[in-house]
Design a protein around this ligand. Sequence first.
Ligand SMILES: NC(=O)c1ccc[n+]([C@@H]2O[C@H](COP(=O)([O-])OP(=O)(O)OC[C@H]3O[C@@H](n4cnc5c(N)ncnc54)[C@H](O)[C@@H]3O)[C@@H](O)[C@H]2O)c1
Length: 366
Amino acid sequence: MKRNLIITGGAGFIGSHVVRLFVNKYPEYRILNLDKLTYAGNLANLKDVEDRPNYTFVKGDICDYESVRDLVRENRIDGIIHLAAESHVDRSIKDPFTFARTNVLGTLSLLQAAKDFWQPLGYRVDGVPCRFYHISTDEVYGALELTRPEGEAPYGDDFFTEETKYNPHSPYSAAKASSDHFVRAFHDTYGMPTIVTNCSNNYGPYQFPEKLIPLFVNNIRNRKPLPVYGKGENVRDWLYVEDHARAIDLIFHEGKVAETYNIGGFNEWKNIDIVRTLIRVTDRLLGRAEGEDDDLITFVTDRAGHDLRYAIDSTKLSRELGWKPSLQFEEGIEKTVRWYLENQEWLDQVTSGDYQKYYEQMYRNR
Ligand SMILES: NC(=O)c1ccc[n+]([C@@H]2O[C@H](COP(=O)([O-])OP(=O)(O)OC[C@H]3O[C@@H](n4cnc5c(N)ncnc54)[C@H](O)[C@@H]3O)[C@@H](O)[C@H]2O)c1
């Protein structure tokens, strides 16, 4: 089947993996990557697919309703996979307005643009059933208790399921929660064929180095301090980014309309244990002695409203659609650290902001 898709936020971390997977796997689809190229968007993430005939980059803001409406109509779009967002919790604490604008109003503008084109067509474009697939986070569910802080994971007795009530604590998760509600409201009010997924923390190549794993690998390499919030006791559930992209592909094609699916790998780690693992793997790959960089760890004042534990129950996704993560954590971490060490040029460009100047120039010249 031929399809015309918009993937939003395709120049970001997860979006670039989703774009790559779709461009490679579905040569018969037309894939438009709609991205504003904020500080987090980097077209160098997609260098290997940028010249493919089934791929087009469109620089644009999801909040610009009229442009998005025209893009949907002119390209007879039948599917939207929506990843564009402001995604960093620390930034949301400093600037909540930007998060409300992009994550809430941006999602609303996309929904409205899709509805304008799709509703009069009965949610089928040229015979293809439409889909609005919204990518969200487990952080909307709030925080879980650390009832078993010692020993091995899981560190608590309960998990987030698709029935867990929303209870966001940061401006980031509040904005994502609000966008999830809008998506479901468009299904209930206008019959829009929507799907929402809530995923745990992702790790892997092409993540902006303000986030823990790329930041710390880079700092270890350069022997800079590793600032750990509080005592590093907070627990997160980690998933390799390509496994998330595979789940998105499966759910977009086979997920049931109006459903929610949790995505996670039952892979809980305390932040401090992640940091120790990163030091061990990075030092080994750099040929340094074990323990050489342990004293780079510095404990800093905890983040305001820092959620203690996230843990996702993704049983529904594996039971109904047969998805499971392909990588064990040790293997995924090794692959990830190796990638950042081998792609120092990418890291240097991103940390210096040079990638933005380069692509601005390139797009001015086109
Ligand atoms: N990173 C995670 O661990 C994680 C986990 C679960 C869910 N998510 C969700 O997945 C999505 C992608 O996350 P990520 O980590 O790849 O984010 P990211 O910050 O790396 O990328 C976001 C992308 O969106 C683009 N963007 C931002 N504002 C835009 C706008 N107004 N119009 C068009 N494009 C805009 C940016 O340029 C960037 O390319 C987000 O919706 C996030 O909430 C992320």
